[in-house]
Design a protein around this ligand. Structure first.
Ligand code: PSU
Ligand code: MN
Length: 314
């Protein structure tokens, strides 16, 4: 694994670092919005005094802290594979470019000793597409993000799970897996593109300092699970629930007709949702990615004060 000099120095010195996944740029968002999203996320982290660490497989090398020239290939979206946790080793061995999902990014970022990751929406339990052959299977398509979140102690900041998913089922799985979901200044699960879902959260926190304090307890208990911190998209870009629900229904119906499944399903549905919302979902997606990167940086800054306190005492 290659850790960039900037990220390695920040981790070594105990300065704040925020890991960012790369699948959202190579599969989740189209051009040119993916470039805009990357630029705004990196800037949001830096202006709050933290170091961004983009994770990826770059020409076969697992990387934490993807350099700008490598990032260009991911933004071009040309021949970049979608890489979940199980794909890391085969993609590296094959020498390809691989854009890492939340699951794969957790693996790399944790190996680099980073505590905080920002993303748009985590993967979860997909809804059943009734008319496909898959409906006959007893097992639902469930993102590997969930299992990886259950065995990687990191704080993950997101706007909930994607609107294309079965959110109540996803919340049940998160509960079973022992993964806390904390609302940042909200008591309701955000719906990724929408500010609410009608699903109540057990816990709500009001500041980055509060999140950091909870995280210290979590770590002192030796738990291995991630803690998910959710916040709604910025109010100015959030979409109405009725509009998103209708668009998701149409996208799911189209996916059933087109027989899309497996790893291709999430990117396909996101693309379809863009069309169905006339591009409004894109603006919301970019805005929430930026605000999640900003909150992740604030939390990372709070966590870094631990190191400062230890230093001051020494
Ligand atoms: N959220 C987005 N765009 C995305 C994703 C999430 O707004 O592209 C990606 C993330 O990388 C997430 C992945 O980890 O989708 C989940 O894919 P799957 O359901 O195949 O595990
Ligand atoms: Mn899947």
């Amino acid at each position: 694994m290659r850790v960039s000099p900037a990220v390695a120095a920040a981790v070594r010195d105990g300065r704040p670092v925020v890991a960012l996944e790369s699948s959202v740029f190579a599969q989740g968002l189209p051009r040119p919005e993916n470039r805009e999203a990357a630029r705004r996320m990196l800037a949001a982290v830096r202006t709050r005094g933290a170091e961004p660490a983009l994770t990826a497989i770059a020409a076969g090398t697992p990387v934490v802290g993807l350099e700008d020239d490598d990032l260009e290939r991911f933004l071009a979206r040309d021949g970049v594979r979608k890489v979940s946790a199980r794909d890391l080793a085969p993609a590296a061995a094959a020498g390809v470019d691989g854009a890492t999902t939340v699951a794969a990014s957790l693996v790399l970022a944790h190996a680099a000793r980073i505590d905080v990751l920002a993303t748009g929406g985590i993967g979860g339990v997909h809804r059943v597409a009734p008319a496909t052959a898959h409906a006959a299977l007893p097992v639902r398509d469930e993102s590997a993000d969930l299992v990886e979140l259950a065995r990687t102690p990191m704080i993950v900041v997101c706007a909930g799970a994607k609107s294309i998913l079965d959110l109540p089922a996803t919340m049940e799985r998160l509960e079973s897996l022992g993964i806390a979901v904390v609302g940042y200044r909200v008591g309701e699960l955000p719906g990724f593109l929408t500010s609410g879902t009608g699903i109540s959260l057990s816990w709500r926190m009001e500041s980055a300092a509060e999140v950091a304090a909870a995280w210290r307890v979590e770590r002192s208990l030796g738990r291995t699970e991630a803690m998910i911190v959710v916040q709604p998209p910025p109010a100015s870009s959030a979409l109405p629930r009725a509009l998103v629900d209708a668009a998701v229904d149409r996208a799911l119906e189209a996916a059933t007709g087109a027989n899309v499944a497996g790893a291709a399903l999430t990117p396909w549905l996101l693309g379809r949702l863009e069309q169905e919302t006339g591009g409004a979902s894109l603006a919301a997606n970019v805005a929430l990615l930026e605000s999640n990167a900003a909150l992740a940086a604030e939390i990372a800054v709070e966590l870094a004060t631990d190191v400062e306190i230890v230093r001051a005492r020494a």
